[in-house]
Ligand binder design. Structure first.
Ligand code: GLC
Ligand code: CA
Length: 550
C-alpha cells in the first residue's frame, strides 16, 4: 500500500504498544520483568506471520531508580536499572526491535528526579551548593509552615522541609520526587544532553511524562481553593502547572531536535489544563507532535460522552499535530473494567478495540489489553504503589492494572519461573496469549484483524473524521475518508453502546456517497460480512461494524 503523502511522519501510520517493564517478561526468575525478557517476546509484537503487528514500543521508565514511583523517580538518566539489565541489553533490544520493524520510544521524566539523583544530593548539601538552583527551594512561612498551599498529586503538601539547610523543596508528586527548576538554563542543557544520549543509542521517540508541570510561578502564590473530596483537587492548579514557561521549554526542546524531525515527541498532560491538552501542540509544528487527551478515560460507556469528546479532541488538534488514541495505561484501571462496569465487559472491550483502530490518530495499546486482561483483584498486602496504598480501598489505584502479562497456562503464566512481583490477574488460565492465538473468536484475534485492516486502509490511517448524525441516540456513527485526485476512499463505522439490538435506518451517511456498501468487519463473531445498506441495518448489543462505502 502506498500512503497518500510520501512524507507522512512514521507515527501517523504506526501502532504503539506500551510495555510496563516490571510486568512483561522475566528472564532470570527474580519475578520482575527485564530487557532480555522483552527481547525474547519481540516476535509476539512484530516480525513473524502471527505477530500482533505493532510498529513501536513505548517502555515505561527503565532507568536506575529507588522505585518509590516505580521508575518515575529517576536517579540516573543515562543508564539502565540493574533490575532490568544493562546498557548492552538495551542496545540489543533496540537492534532486535528495529530488525522486526519495531521502533523504540523511551519515557522521559523531566519534571522531577529521584531524591537520590546526584543532582539533588548536591543541591540539598548546602544553600550555596553549585546545584542549589537546579531544584526549587524556598523559605517556610512564619514558623514551620510551607511556602504556600500547593498540594502534591499523590497527597499532602507539595513542599517538604529539609532540616539540613532549613528550607523547603517542591515536589509535585511524592516527596521522593523533587521538581527540577526549569527556569534554570543549566537544567535545560543537562536534559537536552540526556535526550542526545538516547538518540545516539538509536531511540525513535520520547513519551514526555507529566509535561504540563514543568513551569511554575516562582513568586509562589497560593492556589485558589475549591470544594472536592481528595486534597489535590481542593485547589485549582493555577500556579503550579500549565505556565507559559512550559511552552517555552517545549519549544526549546523541539528546536534542539531540528536535525531529527523523525523523532516522535508524545506528551502526557493532565486534562484540566487550560486550553485543554491540545495547547501543548503549540502552533502545530513547534511543541509536541502528539498530546494525550485522557478525558475519555474518565468517561463511562455512554454514547453522548463518546460522541462529544471524540469530536472535541479531533477538532482541537491544530494542523501539523496528530492525535494519539488511547483507552488504557499504567495509571488507570483497565478500560475493560472501567467501560465494562454494569454491562457485558468483553463485548464492550471488543467495541472499544474497534474505536481504537478506526478513530483518527495513533493507537496506543497498553500491554495485555489485547487479551482482555482484567484488573488484578489484589489484597492490601499485595500492593506496592504508594499512591494505590494511600487511597486503598476507596480508589482502585494503579497496581491492579500492572499485573504480569499472561503468556500461557503454565505455572505463573510463563511470565516468570519465580514469584511474580505482583500476583497474576485472576483469569490468566483463560486469558493468555497462547490460548487466544489459537482462538479466532478471541480479543487477541480481533486486535490482529483490526491492525491489519487499519494498515491496509488509507482512510483509516490518514483519513479525515466526520460524525454522521441521524441515528438512534444509543449509537455512534462516523466516516473516515480520503479524497485524492477525485478518488474517494471511505469507511462508515458504527458502534452500539446499548445492550439491545438497534434497528437503524439512515437518510444519508455522506452527501457524496450512495447508501450501500460492504460490511468488512464486525466485533460480533457471528455476524457475516457482505452487502450492507443504510436503509435498514441492525447493530447487536455493544456491536461495532466497519463498512466500506466507496
Ligand atoms: C505520570 C506517570 C505516572 C507517574 C507520574 C509522576 O503521570 O504516568 O505513572 O507516577 O507521572 O512521574
Ligand atoms: Ca528479572
Amino acid at each position: 500500500m502506498t500512503l497518500l503523502q510520501p512524507n507522512t511522519p512514521w507515527w501517523q501510520s504506526a501502532i504503539v504498544y506500551q510495555i510496563y517493564p516490571w510486568s512483561f517478561q522475566d528472564s532470570n526468575g527474580d519475578g520482575i520483568g527485564d530487557l532480555p525478557g522483552i527481547i525474547s517476546r519481540l516476535d509476539y509484537l512484530n516480525g513473524s506471520p502471527d505477530s500482533l503487528g505493532v510498529d513501536a514500543i513505548w517502555l515505561s521508565p527503565i532507568y536506575p531508580s529507588p522505585m518509590h514511583d516505580f521508575g518515575y523517580d529517576v536517579s540516573d538518566y543515562c543508564n539502565i536499572d540493574p533490575r532490568f539489565g544493562t546498557l548492552a541489553d538495551f542496545d540489543r533490544l533496540v537492534s532486535e526491535a528495529h530488525r522486526r520493524g519495531i521502533r523504540v520510544v523511551m519515557d522521559l521524566v523531566l519534571n522531577h528526579t529521584s531524591n537520590q539523583h546526584p543532582w539533588f544530593i548536591e543541591s540539598r548539601s548546602s544553600r550555596t551548593s553549585a546545584k542549589r538552583d537546579w531544584y526549587y527551594w524556598a523559605d517556610g512561612k512564619s514558623g514551620r509552615r510551607p511556602p504556600n498551599n500547593w498540594a502534591a498529586r499523590f497527597g499532602g503538601s507539595a513542599w517538604t522541609h529539609d532540616p539540613h539547610t532549613g528550607q523547603y523543596y517542591l515536589h509535585s508528586f511524592l516527596s521522593e520526587q523533587p521538581d527540577l527548576n526549569w527556569a534554570n538554563p543549566a537544567v535545560r542543557d543537562a536534559v537536552f544532553g540526556v535526550v542526545r544520549f538516547w538518540l545516539d543509542r538509536g531511540v525513535d521517540g520520547f513519551r514526555l511524562d507529566a509535561i504540563n508541570w514543568l513551569g511554575k510561578d516562582t513568586s509562589w502564590p497560593d492556589n485558589p481553593r475549591r470544594l472536592a473530596w481528595r486534597s489535590y483537587y481542593r485547589q485549582i492548579h493555577r500556579y503550579d502547572r500549565d505556565q507559559p514557561h512550559t511552552h517555552e521549554a517545549l519549544r526549546a526542546l523541539r528546536s534542539s531536535l531540528k536535525d531529527r524531525e523523525d523523532i516522535l515527541l508524545v506528551g502526557e498532560t493532565s486534562s484540566d489544563t487550560s486550553g485543554g491538552p491540545a495547547a501543548f501542540y503549540g502552533n502545530g509544528s513547534n511543541e509536541l507532535h502528539e498530546v494525550f487527551d485522557f478525558r475519555l478515560l474518565r468517561s463511562d460507556w455512554h454514547p453522548d460522552t463518546f460522541r462529544r469528546l471524540i469530536l472535541d479532541s479531533d477538532r482541537a488538534v491544530p494542523q501539523g499535530g496528530w492525535p494519539p488514541v488511547v483507552f488504557s495505561n499504567h495509571d488507570q484501571s483497565r478500560h475493560i473494567d472501567r467501560y465494562g462496569a454494569g454491562g457485558e465487559a468483553i463485548r464492550r472491550a471488543r467495541a472499544t478495540a474497534l474505536l481504537l483502530f478506526t478513530l483518527r490518530g495513533t493507537p496506543f495499546v497498553y500491554y495485555g489489553e489485547e487479551l482482555g486482561l482484567r484488573d488484578g483483584r489484589l489484597r492490601r498486602a499485595d500492593l506496592h504503589d504508594p499512591y494505590t496504598i494511600r487511597y486503598w480501598p476507596w480508589k482502585t489505584g494503579r497496581d491492579p492494572a500492572r499485573t504480569p502479562m499472561p503468556w500461557d497456562d503454565s505455572p505463573q503464566a510463563g511470565f516468570t519461573t519465580g514469584r511474580p512481583w505482583l500476583p497474576l490477574s485472576q483469569a490468566w488460565r483463560q486469558t493468555n496469549v497462547a490460548g487466544e492465538q489459537r482462538d479466532p473468536g478471541s480479543i487477541l484475534s480481533l486486535y490482529k484483524r483490526l491492525i491489519r485492516m487499519k494498515k491496509g486502509s488509507n482512510a483509516l490511517t490518514v483519513g479525515t473524521y466526520h460524525p454522521v448524525d441521524g441515528g438512534p441516540p444509543e449509537c455512534l456513527f462516523f466516516i473516515r475518508e480520503t479524497l485524492v485526485d477525485g478518488q474517494r476512499d471511505a469507511l462508515f463505522i458504527a458502534v452500539n453502546f446499548s445492550a439491545h439490538t438497534q434497528k437503524i435506518s439512515l437518510q444519508t451517511v455522506h452527501s457524496e456517497l450512495g447508501r450501500t456498501g460492504t460490511l468488512i468487519l464486525s466485533t460480533d463473531t457471528q455476524r457475516a460480512e457482505g452487502p450492507w445498506t443504510a436503509d435498514h441495518f441492525l447493530l447487536g448489543p455493544d456491536e461495532g461494524i466497519v463498512v466500506s462505502v466507496a
